[in-house]
Ligand binder design. Structure first.
Ligand code: DAH
Length: 282
């Protein structure tokens, strides 16, 4: 009882203090709101400092290749990444016992009849010839799959660009000139190329193409005159038409052009790599 009075005073004091604080805070918030309302903010302005997306160097290279060939009359064609035996192997004159037809080289989805992830974009050649009458000038970029150990120079998923030209009187000189033109456009006027005799089941004769770039010869792609057996398998009149084909690796082309030594840099998606090509930089 004796302490009642002192206690009541104390509690009242606390209550008063709390009310004052509360009132002060309300006023502060109201003042801040008022200031914001009248501040000079333009909410329609785009935000600053947002990093831009970048075109991946592979995509840029692919676009550049397409551009070069489009200017000399090539169109674009595509085929499925899951392919049957006929389009990936048989129509391209791969013999029954060819090593590429083994599980350790090819990712099979089904056996008998064989369905696999395509091992090259040459399969698109077959589809184009089956569906279009010559003259044909077509470029087929796309993803391909090989059951390979991953290393600095190889990956089990990569990209190729296939070219096919079928018309009357097409000869090896046309092939050479086309690739020479491409190499100069892609790698610079001074670029030299050389053809080494090689073998592919779908071309006869066949050659491998090297590029002289930055002071050394670099293996770059394959090519040849389309094997008559392939033309026949695809229903092309070989009395009237002949053709050439070529295939290049997209990663390889990018690596040659920019002196990239490890393929992983291309596929791992580190933005610092993309940015070093000047894209997406602020
Ligand atoms: N398909 C071949 C490969 O994957 C590349 C190639 C070589 C394509 C010669 C062609 C060609 O069209 O004529 O290694």
């Amino acid at each position: 009882n004796e302490e009642k009075r002192a206690y009541g005073q104390l509690v009242n004091g606390v209550k008063q203090l709390a009310e004052e604080k509360f009132q002060a805070l309300i006023e502060k918030v109201a003042a801040a709101n008022q200031k914001q309302k009248t501040a000079d903010i333009d909410l329609t302005l785009p935000p600053s400092n947002s990093p831009l997306g970048a075109i991946h160097p592979l995509t840029a290279t692919r676009q550049r290749i397409i551009e070069i060939f489009e200017r000399i009359g090539f169109n674009l064609s595509e085929g499925p990444e899951i392919e049957d035996d006929w389009h990936n192997f048989s129509a391209l004159n791969f013999p029954e016992n060819h090593p590429a037809r083994e599980m350790q080289d090819t990712f099979f989805i089904e056996k008998n009849p064989d369905i696999a992830l395509r091992t090259h974009t040459s399969s698109v050649q077959v589809r184009v010839m089956e569906n279009q009458k010559p003259p044909i000038r077509t470029l087929s970029p796309g993803r391909v799959y090989r059951n390979e150990a991953i290393s600095a120079r190889a990956h089990c998923i990569f990209h190729q660009v296939e070219g096919l030209y079928v018309d009357e009187n097409v000869g090896f000189a046309d092939l050479k000139n086309t690739l020479y033109h491409f190499a100069k456009e892609m790698f610079g006027k001074e670029t030299k190329i050389r053809f080494r005799p090689s073998f592919f089941p779908f071309t006869e004769p066949s050659a491998e193409v090297d590029i002289f770039f930055n002071g050394r010869w670099i293996e770059w792609g394959g090519c040849g005159m389309v094997n008559e057996k392939v033309l026949v398998a695809c229903g092309v009149d070989t009395k009237k038409y002949s053709g050439f084909a070529f295939g290049m690796g997209l990663e390889r082309t990018l690596m040659v052009k920019y002196g990239i030594t490890d393929m992983h840099d291309i596929v791992e998606g580190d933005v610092r790599f993309t940015q070093s090509f000047g894209v997406g930089k602020k």
